[in-house]
Write a protein that binds this ligand. Structure first.
Ligand SMILES: [Zn+2]
Length: 122
């Protein structure tokens, strides 16, 4: 992960290192480990690597009071808000368990590997 200069300027010195060790990416299925949505599963919709935060579909729903626009009526809109990436665990597609991830080099490419069943995750 390469940080853009604009990103690093806005961040504190202790935040600049963040985002290098995220082992999850978009469309992965994860399980929530903490908070009110503990135990629920969902697909990752968006990742913010510099902030170390993610948006998981159907998790951490917040209500926002939206102004009426020409394309959409106003009112209360429910949408998922970002949560910290350390509060989720990846679900392995092969063994269907929450797992940690190790890395393996295959054909010159770094591949993620399930720590439980040792299979490569896409
Ligand atoms: Zn597995």
């Amino acid at each position: 992960m390469k940080l853009k200069i604009e990103d690093t300027i806005k961040l504190h010195h202790w935040q600049r290192k963040c985002g290098k060790n995220m082992n999850i990416k978009s469309k992965d299925i994860v399980v929530i480990k903490t908070g009110k949505d503990k135990g629920t599963r969902g697909p990752i919709e968006k990742v913010f690597p510099t902030k170390n935060r993610i948006i998981v579909g159907g998790v951490n729903i917040v209500k926002r009071h939206a102004k009426k626009t020409s394309t959409r009526g106003g009112g209360i809109v429910e949408k998922p808000a970002a949560i910290d990436a350390s509060n989720v665990m990846l679900i392995c597609p092969h063994c269907d368990l929450a797992t940690r991830v190790s890395y393996q080099i295959q054909d010159g490419e770094k591949k993620r590997m399930c720590k439980k069943c040792k299979k490569v995750i896409s």
